[in-house]
Design a protein around this ligand. Structure first.
Ligand code: M6R
Length: 613
């Protein structure tokens, strides 16, 4: 999973390329590189410094030639080959006259590599990508021009790709193509752009087009020529860009994660906006699936990865309670390889902030193949999942750059619960006044979230007492259980501490053996139907010496009595409480990451969007 950018028609494209690579770092940042055509040659620089590769690359390009033609840049999250400068993109052919960048995986690279090496090509990296540039070299040596050779190369490879390739012999041209991974194109006056996604182009152009699977684009200054891989002309789909550059920057916060946590009330408020008709009924205009189709639904699957999966797990409780439909939640990478029982009356909901996560998009493809109606909850307008689904419901959280999902996770919970209420309205399982009452409670959430966020210093104080701890259990029951899973994930990915999320009632079936002095138990003890049982489970771990931190409703002295530290939150109704309860856990993970010296925006080994299996 990588970020790619290309530009032709700019006399000095390097600053633009480097700026775009900064915008794309959330796709991966273990190495970065750039190549451009100048003076009839390819000039290239690459850096691989774990978390600061783009900054290192900027230093390496200080003496790059100016007045160049086409240029391409890449920020990498390694799959094949270690994150070293040799494995960083762009890759060049044996002659050094071609350079190529790639996002995705070439599955048949070993056989292709063996064949190329046997025919005299010299490989200089351990990547799957490099075979592509050597294949283009082979086909150009046989007489094809850059475009035709790229087409022939794509006929030989198997797998997922967004690519861009430049050639010293065609200095103003970039040839790009995609299959299964994203690629957008842009135009402005005499310039043409390509990028793996929209934020890299914000600030340069708002005329943006989506390249579809198995399409190829030839970019020349001010022109885009799009065809199928076979060469049939295509008119690319123009996308609507509503974000501005300011929205994608840090806005005065020390890091994206702090900024995005602070934006959570707004993200939820915006996701709730304009959902009620004149008569108070719930309206979901963008859904694209009719009420009649939804009335036929007799089963719901919600499928996602990571934090999006935890949002789905909260929604299960709400949907089963409100809609009375069997609702299964599943991890996308498991769902797509088992035999889920799905028919044409199943609604399959894919939840993905990015709308590009490969596991989730492939799971949706499978659900569609099995006959389900597919609905996607995504934050990115016109993301590939959003475009391919039968219907879409957008979270309106704005761009989320921090690798750890915060505002999008909470907006997902709210969006899925809105969907639950909409289904309840259609299926007649809740009355209009009941739905109105829940929506009124939802409208209160942004204010409660702001109040919760304002208690950051109290969370910091608790965190400062836990700096020696290495083992954490996060426990919850009912909707507190997915909150516990999310709290544990945040702590793992940000502070690199061992953290298990458990259903509290399950602890006595084994894991309680791990409880001893020094272990920290973080319990979600806000009032839900299982609150009393939750306190009993907490008493069990407290008596075995664990340090207990509880998330509890303001003034709940019974909960405080079994805790060493309390993270107080304002109460709300149980099914909405995760939107509040997750916040102190995000803050706890953030503070512990900082106390351990880790940058929350750059967790090791991670990337924002996972477009590989
Ligand atoms: O873009 P998606 O919502 O599909 O991403 C899913 C997960 O990769 C994501 O939530 C991941 O778990 C985050 N790092 C969690 O903070």
């Amino acid at each position: 999973m990588c970020g790619i950018i290309g530009v032709t028609g700019e006399p000095d494209a390097l600053p633009l390329i480097l700026g775009a690579l900064h915008q794309l770092e959330y796709r991966g940042y273990d190495s970065a590189g750039v190549a451009l055509v100048a003076g009839g040659e390819i000039w290239r620089a690459r850096a691989a410094d774990g978390t600061h590769s783009v900054a290192d690359l900027a230093a390496l390009t200080a003496d790059a030639p100016r007045g160049h033609a086409a240029a391409i840049g890449h920020t990498r999250w390694a799959t094949h080959g270690h994150p070293t400068p040799e494995n960083a993109h762009p890759h060049v052919d044996c002659t050094g006259r071609l350079a190529l960048i790639h996002n995705g995986i070439i599955e048949n690279h070993s056989a292709l590599r063996a064949d190329l090496v046997a025919n005299g090509h010299t490989m200089t990296s351990a990547t799957d990508t490099e075979v592509m540039v050597h294949l283009i070299e082979r086909f150009m040596a046989e007489g094809s021009d850059l475009t035709a050779a790229t087409r022939r190369m794509l006929g030989s490879v198997r797998g997922a790709f967004s690519i861009a390739v430049i050639c010293a012999d065609e200095p103003d041209t970039i040839v790009a193509a995609r299959r299964s991974t994203p690629l957008v194109l842009g135009l402005r006056d005499g310039t043409a752009f390509l990028a793996s996604d929209i934020p890299a182009l914000i600030g340069h152009t708002r005329e943006v087009y989506a390249l579809a699977d198995d399409e190829l684009a030839v970019l020349t200054p001010g022109h885009l020529h799009v065809t199928t891989l076979e060469g049939a002309p295509v008119i690319p789909e123009q996308l609507t860009i509503t974000w501005d550059l300011e929205a994608a920057q840090k806005g005065g916060f020390p890091d994206y994660m702090s900024k995005e946590m602070d934006e959570q009330p707004l993200a939820v408020a915006t996701t709730l906006l304009d959902r009620r008709g004149a008569g108070g009924e719930l309206i979901l205009d963008e859904l694209r699936i009719s009420a009649d189709e939804l009335r036929r639904i007799d089963k719901v699957f919600i499928v996602a990865c990571g934090s999006s999966y935890h949002a789905a797990a909260v929604a299960k409780y709400a949907l089963e309670h409100w809609v009375k439909l069997p609702t299964e939640v599943d991890i996308a990478s498991e769902f797509r390889y088992r035999d889920p029982v799905i028919g044409d009356r199943t609604l399959c909901v894919g939840v993905s902030q990015s709308g590009e996560t490969l596991d989730t998009s492939e799971a949706m493809r499978e659900a569609s193949r099995l006959g389900a109606k597919v609905l996607v909850v995504s934050n990115v307008v016109d993301s590939s999942m959003a475009r391919h689904a039968d219907g879409v419901l957008y979270t309106r959280a704005g761009p989320e750059v921090g690798v750890a999902s915060t505002k999008c996770h909470l907006a997902q919970i709210v969006a899925l619960e809105i969907l639950g209420l909409f289904l309840a309205q259609i299926h007649g399982t809740l009355t209009a006044p009941e739905i109105g009452e829940i929506l009124n409670a939802m409208d209160e959430l942004p204010a409660l979230m702001t109040r919760t966020l304002s208690r950051r210093r109290e969370v910091d104080e608790v965190a400062s007492k836990l700096t020696d701890a290495r083992d954490f259990f996060f426990l919850g029951r009912h909707v507190g259980y997915p909150v516990a899973l999310e709290g544990a994930l945040k702590l793992k990915e940000l502070a690199y501490l061992r953290a298990e999320g458990y259903a509290a009632g399950e602890l006595k079936h084994g894991p309680i053996a791990l409880i001893e002095p020094g272990v920290v138990v973080v319990g979600i003890a806000t009032r839900n139907p299982l609150w009393e049982k939750m306190l009993s489970n907490i008493a069990e771990v407290h008596s075995r010496g664990a340090t207990v931190v509880l998330v509890a409703d303001d003034g709940d002295e019974e909960a405080a009595a079994v805790a060493d530290h309390v993270l107080w939150v304002p109460p709300t109704s149980p099914l909405l409480s995760p939107v509040i309860g997750v916040i102190p856990l995000q803050q706890l993970a953030y503070r512990l990451a900082r106390l351990h010296g880790h940058d929350p925006d750059r967790p090791r080994n991670l990337a924002k969007t996972v477009t590989v299996e």
